[in-house]
Design a protein around this ligand. Structure first.
Ligand SMILES: Nc1ncnc2c1ncn2[C@@H]1O[C@H](COP(=O)(O)OP(=O)(O)OP(=O)(O)O)[C@@H](O)[C@H]1O
Ligand SMILES: [Mg+2]
Length: 280
């Protein structure tokens, strides 16, 4: 087991291509030697424009797609070397929240069933214990037992994302990969959900890989930042370093492209309570 601030996730020289066959002629290289470290209990903001390879990186970390080469070390274990059954056991400790809760919450099930499902999949056999756990985690994200008997369509976008967060947390993971978790939400709701994520991180010691294109949100939520462009990490450092002393022209251009980023970060900080508000 690693201790606080040691890397929980270490990605080294990750390469990924899509296409037919092995010939490079028929393949498009998406990720080029992507490397980063994520320390236990902290948040790494992975930023970059659309198509830069953020979600592909997340898919590789989650084992949803295989990497061509490279290392994905989680708590000292290289995930790329694991057999299917071993990866399944490890997946309990690595959970994901997607941008669109509608896609991740099956409309045919009640919220209570949806949050219980991961426990069943991972073999929790005591049904009373499962119900207790479901109730506890739903209560933590602000959904009552009574509400949980309803179906996802009966909830607002913000509530649905809270339910998706509960579903991700019910197995008590160490690492949560958040892929644009608030991008589909109204700004006022964004702040509430970000606040909830921050509180949960503090309470449960969670480690977040936070994929986001909104630089204000990235700055508010992240201890460290990695900037992606064209499938490469072009800049990395602490949030303050990257946002205050940007060295890479691409990051500069990203920052200049959103003149409201600073103001929005302040507004979000006033509503939320992220880790990196100094110097805003
Ligand atoms: N299954 C796939 N087959 C072929 N190409 C893919 C596949 N998935 C992603 N790509 C390509 O990989 C590149 C990176 O996509 P990715 O989804 O990782 O970007 P992203 O940074 O998450 O973008 P966004 O901010 O829009 O979500 C894109 O050019 C995309 O078209
Ligand atoms: Mg994406």
């Amino acid at each position: 087991m690693s201790t606080a601030h040691e890397p929980l996730l270490k990605v080294e020289k990750l390469n990924k291509s899509y296409g037919r066959g092995m010939s490079t002629k028929n393949r498009v290289q998406i990720l080029h030697d992507v490397s980063f470290e994520l320390r236990r209990g902290q948040t790494l903001g992975l930023v970059g424009e659309s198509g830069s390879g953020k979600s592909t990186t997340a898919s590789c970390v989650m084992g949803l797609t295989g990497a061509d080469s490279g290392l994905i070390e989680f708590d000292g274990v290289d995930l790329t070397k694991l057999k299917k059954a071993e990866m399944r056991r490890m997946r309990r400790r690595i959970q994901m929240v997607f941008q669109d809760p509608n896609g991740s919450l099956d409309p045919r099930f009640t919220v209570a069933d949806l949050v219980e499902e991961p426990l069943i999949i991972h073999g929790a056999s005591d049904s009373a214990e499962r119900s207790r756990r479901v109730e506890e985690v739903l209560d933590r994200v602000g959904i009552t037992v009574k509400q949980a008997q309803r179906y996802p369509f009966a909830f607002s976008g913000g509530q649905r994302q809270r339910i998706a967060i509960a579903r991700a947390l019910v197995l008590k993971p160490d690492l949560v990969v958040l892929d644009e978790p608030v991008s589909a939400l109204d700004v006022s709701i964004q702040a509430q959900v970000l606040n909830l994520l921050s509180d949960l991180q503090d309470e449960l010691g969670l480690t977040y890989l936070f994929i986001v294109h909104d630089l204000a949100v990235a700055r508010l939520m992240s201890h460290d930042i990695a900037v992606m462009n064209g499938g490469r990490i072009v800049e990395a450092g602490t949030s303050t370093e990257v946002f205050e002393n940007t060295s890479h022209p691409y990051t500069r251009a990203l920052l200049d492209a959103v003149p409201g980023a600073r103001r929005r970060a302040k507004a979000l900080a006033a509503a939320g309570d992220g880790p990196s508000q100094e110097g805003l």
